[in-house]
Design a protein. Sequence first.
Length: 440
Amino acid sequence: MSNPDESQSHSATPIIIGLTIGLVLGLIVNFVGVAGRESPVAWVTTVVAVAQPIGRIFLRLMMMVVVPMVFAALALAVVEIGDVRKLGRMGLRTLLFTGIFSSAAVLIGMGLVNVFQPGKSLPPETQERLLANYSKQATTIEANAEKKKNIGEVLVDMIPENPLQEMVGAVDGSSKGNGMLAVMVFSLIVGLAITMRLDDCKPLIGVLESIQTVTTVIIEFALKLAPIGAGCLVFAITAQLGFEIVRTLAWFAGTVVLGLAIQLFVTYSIVIWTFGGMSPWHFFTNAAEAMLTAFSTSSSNATLPTAMRVAEDDLKLPPAVSRFVLTVGATGNQNGTALYEGVVILFLAQVMRVELTFAQQLQVVLMSILAGIGTAGVPGGSIPLIVVVMKSVGIPAESIGIILGVDRLLDMCRTVVNVTGDLAVATCVAKSESAVPSQP
Ligand code: ASP
């Protein structure tokens, strides 16, 4: 369960400075030593060879916590909802609205990325250089192309035969089944089993909560290195690819922001109007303080106290409903994150020329929805999960470096959508609860 006191908000300034330095130096190096030449001058290759490993260390710090983080977060999410089932209708309604919002978000994101195809805006020569850059992992792409599965196989492989093997495979790409998706399903089943023997499983719940705390601390530690780590990744990419990659990233960022705006202003307005019985104008003007806090902290957890105050004092929602929905939602209802994950995967697939079959796109939809539930409500919480989904469909993990330069800004935007989504669910659940005559 998310505890607002445990999460710290991070200032975005150091990372923005790190990224800007990486970007500017990268563009200068590209201009001086790469642009217009057959192959880069020798010193460029040396500088990039130094910068790249530093960026990769930063990525690995994030990667190392993925499996325990997802396992603990999803199992605990089910335990929380299971607990709440005792509260009856409210739990189910929260689940229902969360499902509607998350599915709408992922479909909007994936629809837009298919229409705009931002990853295809790279000129062919630049794309060739990019692919050459990741040639070491090209074998994964080829192997992946050979083992395309049909929908039936994807569904069966969601149930792991050997969860430990899937956990290993989720990280190194060697899984027999579905890797991370299978791990997610295993976590859900463990969570369900715990809810059936709640009293006997108290120690296990304690262990899972501790795992979640430890993984959050490690991510916070990795984020402290982010200004240098992400700066080096951006430097390495722009030094090799120059301005073209910046333009492509602008397309990508535009697609994400458009998707988030549609989710925020269209999906939420329709649902708040229809199921929440509140005018969207009233909702957004009163939710503004929580939205601004989410934007500046990039953390649903850190915004939780503000969101609770806004729900009670400004939106006038009953505390019993808003406290429950907002606490579960800070971790479990992250539609902005789900939308982002879908867009990133398809964008990087386009950039890396990985053709995804319909079954694989379906797998991305499912994993993005589940990842929205399993992502910690902290800055950059979704990055490790994105890497895992990438690997499971055969996109080289290091290519996430391409988007890290714009991730911090987009994190601020998607956290606004995450937090507003929690308030929207609380509004709808509060309305449906009030429509039911109270018990004597
Ligand atoms: N920063 C997001 C949140 O706290 C999670 C993420 O998408 O990285 O809601």
